[in-house]
Design a protein around this ligand. Sequence first.
Ligand code: ADP
Ligand code: ZN
Ligand code: ZN
Length: 752
Amino acid sequence: MQSDRGRRKLLEAIYAQVILDITSGNLDRTFQYLIPARLREQIRPGTQVIVPLGKGNRQVKAYVLELEDRPACEPEKIKEIIDLSHDAVPVESQLIELAFWMKRRYGAAMIQCLKTVLPVARRIKAAEKKEIYRAADQAEYENFLAECRRKHQKARVRLLEAIPEEGPVPYELVGQKLHVAASVIRNLEQKGLIRVQSRTIMRNPFDREKREKQILKLNPTQQEALRQLMEELHCPGEKKPCLLYGITGSGKTLVYMELIEEIRRQGKQAIVLIPEIALTYQTVMRFYNRFGDRVSFINSRLSAGERYDQFLRAKNGELDVMIGPRSAVFTPFPNLGLIIVDEEHESAYKSETAPRYHARDVAIARAAMCGGMAVLGSATPSMESAWQAAQKQFRLVTMNKRAREEAVLPSVHVVDMRQEMMAGNKTMFSRLLYEKLKERLERKEQSMLFLNRRGYSSFVSCRSCGEAIKCPHCDVTLTLHRNNQLKCHYCGYSIPMVQSCPSCGSPYVAGFGTGTQKVEEKLRELFPEARILRMDMDTTQGKNGHENIIAAFANEEADILVGTQMIVKGHDFGKVTLVGALAADTSLYTSDFRACERTYQLLTQAAGRAGRSGLPGEMVIQTYKPENYSIQTAAAQNYGAFYQEEIRYRRMMHYPPCSCMAKIIFSSPSENNARELAAETAAALRKRLHAGAGQVLGPSAAEIGRINDIFYYNLFLRTSGRELMNRELEFINSFMEWTKCKKDVMIQFDIL
Ligand code: ADP
Ligand code: ZN
Ligand code: ZN
């Protein structure tokens, strides 16, 4: 029925909404053209066409965004599409294909997807602070300058004389004041005499002197992993995504670099995704040492203009490797061969705004589209990836030894905080942790203490029995709202705040959440002589706040680093021998079915921070739930055992990856319209889904029901498999095509 409707719609559609000149930044503007009868069968969203533009009817390339059955103005004014465009596929059309894939999967408007995907020059080409440095050593530089003088190459001489030995000269100055053409600058840059650099790029990644040529040799475990990855890479046709499961410190980075070398030998390019928080100077330097000028980086601190420049360099063949957080997955490499997603389990890979894409999924989709390979690396793989590997959809490659022989895995102690309370210790530090901290201070070794807390949503738990208040229908914790209501974010169930524990009757129920600031204060009371650094949202506000704190701690300017979970992600501190998880279970009680997964990942990654270089490491896990399997298995550092327990729970509850779940988000300035369309969609879905195949929950108002005067309603859709989910999302997309003209409701899919 639905496909009939779809076909009829295609036949009726005689207009096409197109975008043109896509790389000039003119994405906000779309144009309507008439589809001539002879092309009607061939034109679909995504088709590349040639259209007449402007008074002279200049022929330009355009992409069809949507088909429409109504003219936007008087029909006689609308021009006709000239023909299909049969150009060789440039990288833009690959990215547009990716944008269409994203639109289908994540619901968002095509224009949003295009803006996310394409390297668009922003009109406000942000004040770029480019600078020119000397790149050659003193003697080489002087010799070259002398030769230029002899040859009367005046522009070169002016430029070379202007750059002081120590510092840079601003790029604009060279153009405007010295009248040196860009080609001269480029030429000298190619000769290796100078280098042009954006100021916001991390502290001098392009420093020749620092570039060490010594390359580590792969150990046997790494060699075997590389062999397996290469096997997949050389397999003709479609390559399976590979899950590289390597324990913390097993040396995954070195394996990535060998793979990249192979990709370069094939004349192709590679993208390496690294979560922003782990994109440190150390990491960047490791890649620069290996690939020099052929590698570049983006991070969220680059201006839109600077990011665009890096993307342009990639497009023009100046680079082989791009490193960056999730948006780097859209780097417009013309011949992309490999996408690596390091720390693939990180939740930062998922976009919080429309389109709500997951960079891991986009990486896999993009790799498949360009015939390349995706490699996902982690010491604590996401349930999704591990499940795919178990189903043989991904190829599993394992490294279970630490690369540096002297680095041993730390010993882990679990402390039951209920017993601490019974023993009369009401502080947030267990006696064991206190003793261990004291030892470290005496031995002049470093410690890290963290709270795994995300900050906003707070749950309620019982201090006596440790139970958290849960939704009777969903097996997630209820969230305490400001109006003193406890609410379930999945189904909308809501009760007033309880006065006593529903499990044991104890009156000691309270919202949970000990701030890092409080930890710091208590620590100063207990150890007045200790040097303490705190890293959290408050102390990392400034531009380099985060890096400054990391650097200070790495330079051993402090004994103890206190923070949220951000301190334990991806950093390598040699002198840290103690890691303390102050309230390990806080992450267990979020209203998220991934709570145990997140807890396991966090504790394991945290344990991996201790004892990186010879000194034996220890970890103390403080918890009210020592029997919980995610804490038990993390303490034992046994991923396999964790996976088995967790997959059993997911299967029993029909949670992903054992089913597919999507949150369908309806937003509108009119609360009524959002609610109504959500209800209509729910009803339509319920009619389509026969029992057993899928389930629709809701609609209910979103956790934050109104943002910026836009109202949000959610619907949860659960299906037994991916195919059915895709079909239903496709249905919702076409359902929206039919209803959207009437209503100002935006729709997005949040794939859970
Ligand atoms: P992972 O990302 O798997 O946790 P890294 O790639 O950060 O591990 O490597 C951990 C440490 O081991 C790094 O300090 C790295 O320099 C070192 N390392 C990796 N491979 C080797 C090797 N083959 N020989 C010696 N040291 C190595
Ligand atoms: Zn209780
Ligand atoms: Zn519920």
